[in-house]
Design a protein around this ligand. Structure first.
Ligand SMILES: Nc1ncnc2c1ncn2[C@@H]1O[C@H](COP(=O)(O)OP(=O)(O)OP(=O)(O)O)[C@@H](O)[C@H]1O
Ligand SMILES: [Mg+2]
Length: 226
Protein backbone atom coordinates (compact mmCIF):
# COMPACT_ATOMS: atom_id res chain seq x y z
CA UNK A 1 0.00 0.00 0.00
CA UNK A 2 1.15 3.52 -0.83
CA UNK A 3 0.28 6.18 1.74
CA UNK A 4 0.87 9.82 0.85
CA UNK A 5 0.28 12.03 3.86
CA UNK A 6 0.20 15.82 3.87
CA UNK A 7 2.80 16.05 1.15
CA UNK A 8 4.02 19.34 -0.23
CA UNK A 9 6.30 19.32 -3.27
CA UNK A 10 8.03 22.51 -4.30
CA UNK A 11 10.77 23.32 -6.79
CA UNK A 12 13.33 26.04 -6.23
CA UNK A 13 13.92 28.12 -9.36
CA UNK A 14 17.23 29.73 -10.39
CA UNK A 15 15.90 33.03 -9.10
CA UNK A 16 15.19 31.41 -5.73
CA UNK A 17 11.44 31.36 -6.02
CA UNK A 18 9.48 28.34 -4.82
CA UNK A 19 7.03 26.72 -7.23
CA UNK A 20 4.48 24.66 -5.33
CA UNK A 21 3.42 21.64 -7.36
CA UNK A 22 1.61 19.68 -4.66
CA UNK A 23 0.27 21.54 -1.67
CA UNK A 24 -0.49 19.45 1.41
CA UNK A 25 -1.98 16.47 -0.46
CA UNK A 26 -2.93 13.07 0.95
CA UNK A 27 -4.07 9.87 -0.73
CA UNK A 28 -3.77 6.10 -0.43
CA UNK A 29 -3.26 3.55 -3.20
CA UNK A 30 -4.01 -0.07 -2.37
CA UNK A 31 -1.62 -2.79 -3.50
CA UNK A 32 -2.70 -4.08 -6.91
CA UNK A 33 -4.75 -1.02 -7.78
CA UNK A 34 -4.55 0.66 -11.22
CA UNK A 35 -4.70 4.42 -10.81
CA UNK A 36 -4.71 6.98 -13.62
CA UNK A 37 -3.19 10.40 -13.03
CA UNK A 38 -4.55 13.21 -15.17
CA UNK A 39 -4.23 16.99 -15.21
CA UNK A 40 -3.03 19.77 -17.49
CA UNK A 41 0.56 20.03 -18.66
CA UNK A 42 2.70 21.33 -15.82
CA UNK A 43 0.19 20.31 -13.15
CA UNK A 44 2.55 17.86 -11.49
CA UNK A 45 1.86 14.38 -12.92
CA UNK A 46 5.52 13.51 -13.49
CA UNK A 47 6.39 15.00 -10.11
CA UNK A 48 3.75 12.78 -8.47
CA UNK A 49 5.26 9.64 -10.07
CA UNK A 50 8.78 10.68 -9.04
CA UNK A 51 7.54 11.24 -5.51
CA UNK A 52 6.27 7.64 -5.31
CA UNK A 53 9.40 6.36 -7.05
CA UNK A 54 11.65 7.83 -4.39
CA UNK A 55 13.16 10.43 -6.73
CA UNK A 56 11.65 13.66 -5.37
CA UNK A 57 12.08 14.53 -1.73
CA UNK A 58 8.92 16.25 -0.43
CA UNK A 59 9.27 19.62 1.31
CA UNK A 60 6.73 18.40 3.85
CA UNK A 61 4.82 15.20 4.62
CA UNK A 62 5.55 11.51 4.23
CA UNK A 63 5.41 8.81 1.54
CA UNK A 64 5.00 5.40 3.14
CA UNK A 65 5.13 2.27 0.97
CA UNK A 66 4.38 -1.04 2.65
CA UNK A 67 4.91 0.56 6.03
CA UNK A 68 8.29 2.07 5.16
CA UNK A 69 8.84 5.81 4.92
CA UNK A 70 10.71 5.80 1.62
CA UNK A 71 12.48 9.09 2.33
CA UNK A 72 13.87 7.87 5.63
CA UNK A 73 15.45 4.65 4.47
CA UNK A 74 19.04 3.63 4.99
CA UNK A 75 21.26 3.41 1.91
CA UNK A 76 20.91 -0.39 1.52
CA UNK A 77 17.11 -0.21 1.98
CA UNK A 78 16.98 2.49 -0.69
CA UNK A 79 18.87 0.28 -3.10
CA UNK A 80 16.54 -2.63 -2.52
CA UNK A 81 13.51 -0.31 -2.88
CA UNK A 82 14.69 0.88 -6.30
CA UNK A 83 15.62 -2.64 -7.28
CA UNK A 84 12.45 -4.49 -6.26
CA UNK A 85 9.54 -2.15 -5.44
CA UNK A 86 9.25 0.32 -8.32
CA UNK A 87 9.98 0.57 -12.03
CA UNK A 88 9.42 3.44 -14.46
CA UNK A 89 8.10 3.41 -18.03
CA UNK A 90 8.49 6.66 -19.99
CA UNK A 91 6.81 8.26 -22.99
CA UNK A 92 10.13 8.28 -24.90
CA UNK A 93 10.84 4.56 -24.18
CA UNK A 94 14.49 5.37 -23.25
CA UNK A 95 16.00 2.16 -24.60
CA UNK A 96 19.76 2.05 -25.12
CA UNK A 97 20.23 2.24 -28.91
CA UNK A 98 23.47 0.23 -29.11
CA UNK A 99 22.00 -2.80 -27.32
CA UNK A 100 19.62 -5.47 -28.61
CA UNK A 101 16.11 -6.03 -27.29
CA UNK A 102 17.36 -8.92 -25.16
CA UNK A 103 20.24 -6.88 -23.72
CA UNK A 104 18.00 -3.88 -22.98
CA UNK A 105 15.59 -6.09 -21.04
CA UNK A 106 18.46 -7.77 -19.14
CA UNK A 107 20.13 -4.50 -18.07
CA UNK A 108 18.37 -3.75 -14.76
CA UNK A 109 19.39 -7.11 -13.29
CA UNK A 110 23.02 -7.19 -14.50
CA UNK A 111 24.46 -5.91 -11.19
CA UNK A 112 22.43 -8.41 -9.15
CA UNK A 113 22.32 -11.85 -10.77
CA UNK A 114 24.21 -14.35 -12.87
CA UNK A 115 24.07 -13.55 -16.58
CA UNK A 116 22.67 -16.95 -17.57
CA UNK A 117 19.85 -16.59 -15.07
CA UNK A 118 19.00 -13.05 -16.20
CA UNK A 119 18.99 -14.13 -19.83
CA UNK A 120 16.52 -16.92 -19.09
CA UNK A 121 14.20 -14.51 -17.28
CA UNK A 122 14.51 -11.86 -20.02
CA UNK A 123 13.62 -14.39 -22.71
CA UNK A 124 10.47 -15.37 -20.78
CA UNK A 125 9.36 -11.75 -20.43
CA UNK A 126 10.08 -10.99 -24.09
CA UNK A 127 7.86 -13.97 -24.97
CA UNK A 128 5.14 -12.51 -22.76
CA UNK A 129 5.22 -9.19 -24.61
CA UNK A 130 5.11 -11.04 -27.92
CA UNK A 131 8.50 -10.02 -29.29
CA UNK A 132 10.48 -13.28 -29.35
CA UNK A 133 11.07 -12.78 -33.08
CA UNK A 134 12.74 -9.41 -32.37
CA UNK A 135 15.01 -10.56 -29.52
CA UNK A 136 18.28 -9.75 -31.29
CA UNK A 137 17.13 -6.59 -33.04
CA UNK A 138 18.22 -3.07 -32.13
CA UNK A 139 15.60 -0.61 -30.83
CA UNK A 140 15.94 1.45 -34.04
CA UNK A 141 14.70 -1.57 -35.98
CA UNK A 142 11.41 -1.69 -34.05
CA UNK A 143 8.14 0.23 -34.32
CA UNK A 144 7.19 2.68 -31.58
CA UNK A 145 4.69 0.25 -30.10
CA UNK A 146 7.26 -2.54 -30.09
CA UNK A 147 9.83 -0.27 -28.42
CA UNK A 148 7.37 0.62 -25.70
CA UNK A 149 6.64 -3.05 -25.08
CA UNK A 150 10.39 -3.63 -24.68
CA UNK A 151 10.51 -0.74 -22.20
CA UNK A 152 7.74 -2.44 -20.23
CA UNK A 153 9.60 -5.76 -20.34
CA UNK A 154 12.70 -3.99 -19.01
CA UNK A 155 10.61 -2.49 -16.20
CA UNK A 156 9.13 -5.89 -15.33
CA UNK A 157 12.35 -7.91 -15.14
CA UNK A 158 12.93 -6.86 -11.51
CA UNK A 159 9.37 -8.00 -10.73
CA UNK A 160 8.45 -4.63 -9.23
CA UNK A 161 5.38 -4.31 -7.03
CA UNK A 162 4.65 -0.89 -8.53
CA UNK A 163 4.85 0.15 -12.18
CA UNK A 164 5.05 3.93 -12.64
CA UNK A 165 4.10 4.86 -16.22
CA UNK A 166 4.59 8.43 -17.43
CA UNK A 167 2.45 8.96 -20.55
CA UNK A 168 3.45 5.54 -21.94
CA UNK A 169 1.07 5.85 -24.90
CA UNK A 170 1.95 9.47 -25.71
CA UNK A 171 4.07 8.50 -28.71
CA UNK A 172 1.86 5.67 -30.01
CA UNK A 173 -0.88 5.49 -32.62
CA UNK A 174 -4.32 4.11 -31.68
CA UNK A 175 -3.53 0.51 -32.63
CA UNK A 176 -0.29 0.44 -30.65
CA UNK A 177 -1.94 2.27 -27.78
CA UNK A 178 -4.66 -0.36 -27.56
CA UNK A 179 -2.11 -3.18 -27.75
CA UNK A 180 -0.17 -1.59 -24.92
CA UNK A 181 -3.34 -1.23 -22.85
CA UNK A 182 -4.01 -4.95 -23.30
CA UNK A 183 -0.48 -5.69 -22.08
CA UNK A 184 -0.97 -3.42 -19.07
CA UNK A 185 -4.23 -5.22 -18.29
CA UNK A 186 -2.34 -8.52 -18.15
CA UNK A 187 0.31 -6.97 -15.93
CA UNK A 188 -2.40 -5.64 -13.65
CA UNK A 189 -4.01 -9.06 -13.47
CA UNK A 190 -0.66 -10.49 -12.45
CA UNK A 191 -0.98 -8.33 -9.32
CA UNK A 192 1.19 -5.32 -10.04
CA UNK A 193 0.12 -1.88 -8.87
CA UNK A 194 -0.03 0.51 -11.84
CA UNK A 195 0.15 4.28 -11.54
CA UNK A 196 -0.15 5.83 -14.96
CA UNK A 197 -0.04 9.50 -15.96
CA UNK A 198 -1.83 10.30 -19.20
CA UNK A 199 -3.48 13.02 -21.28
CA UNK A 200 -5.62 10.44 -23.08
CA UNK A 201 -9.14 9.96 -21.74
CA UNK A 202 -9.42 6.43 -23.16
CA UNK A 203 -6.23 5.42 -21.38
CA UNK A 204 -7.28 7.14 -18.14
CA UNK A 205 -10.56 5.24 -18.10
CA UNK A 206 -8.73 1.89 -18.12
CA UNK A 207 -7.76 2.54 -14.49
CA UNK A 208 -9.85 1.62 -11.46
CA UNK A 209 -9.52 5.17 -10.20
CA UNK A 210 -8.70 8.54 -11.72
CA UNK A 211 -6.88 11.19 -9.71
CA UNK A 212 -6.77 14.65 -11.23
CA UNK A 213 -3.99 17.02 -10.23
CA UNK A 214 -4.90 20.69 -10.51
CA UNK A 215 -3.62 23.78 -8.72
CA UNK A 216 -1.56 21.75 -6.28
CA UNK A 217 -4.42 19.52 -5.15
CA UNK A 218 -5.59 15.95 -5.88
CA UNK A 219 -9.18 15.25 -6.85
CA UNK A 220 -10.90 11.89 -7.39
CA UNK A 221 -12.73 11.79 -10.74
CA UNK A 222 -15.57 9.63 -11.98
CA UNK A 223 -14.67 6.77 -14.29
CA UNK A 224 -16.39 6.43 -17.67
CA UNK A 225 -16.47 2.79 -18.70
CA UNK A 226 -17.65 2.04 -22.21
N1 LIG B 1 13.45 20.41 -11.85
C1 LIG B 1 12.53 21.37 -11.82
N2 LIG B 1 12.84 22.62 -11.39
C2 LIG B 1 11.91 23.60 -11.34
N3 LIG B 1 10.62 23.42 -11.68
C3 LIG B 1 10.25 22.20 -12.12
C4 LIG B 1 11.19 21.11 -12.22
N4 LIG B 1 10.53 20.03 -12.69
C5 LIG B 1 9.25 20.41 -12.88
N5 LIG B 1 9.08 21.71 -12.54
C6 LIG B 1 7.81 22.48 -12.58
O1 LIG B 1 6.86 21.78 -11.82
C7 LIG B 1 5.59 21.80 -12.45
C8 LIG B 1 5.09 20.37 -12.61
O2 LIG B 1 5.91 19.66 -13.52
P1 LIG B 1 5.60 18.18 -13.97
O3 LIG B 1 6.67 17.77 -14.88
O4 LIG B 1 5.37 17.35 -12.77
O5 LIG B 1 4.21 18.38 -14.75
P2 LIG B 1 3.38 17.36 -15.65
O6 LIG B 1 1.97 17.37 -15.15
O7 LIG B 1 4.08 16.06 -15.72
O8 LIG B 1 3.40 18.07 -17.08
P3 LIG B 1 3.36 17.40 -18.57
O9 LIG B 1 1.94 16.96 -18.80
O10 LIG B 1 3.75 18.53 -19.46
O11 LIG B 1 4.34 16.28 -18.59
C9 LIG B 1 5.79 22.56 -13.76
O12 LIG B 1 5.33 23.85 -13.57
C10 LIG B 1 7.27 22.53 -13.99
O13 LIG B 1 7.69 23.69 -14.63
MG1 LIG C 1 4.96 14.97 -17.25
Amino acid sequence: MIEIKNVTVAYQTQTNQSIFVLDDVSTTVETGQWVSIIGPSGSGKTSFLKLIGGLLVPAKGTVVIDEKNIYQMKENQKKSFRHTKVSFVYQQFRLLPQFSVLENVMLPLIPYNKRSLIQKKAIQIIEKIGLSHRMNHLPSELSGGEQQRVAIARALITDPEILLCDEPTGNLDFVNRDNLLMLLEEIHQDGHTIILATHDEVVANKGQRIIEIADGTLREKELHHD
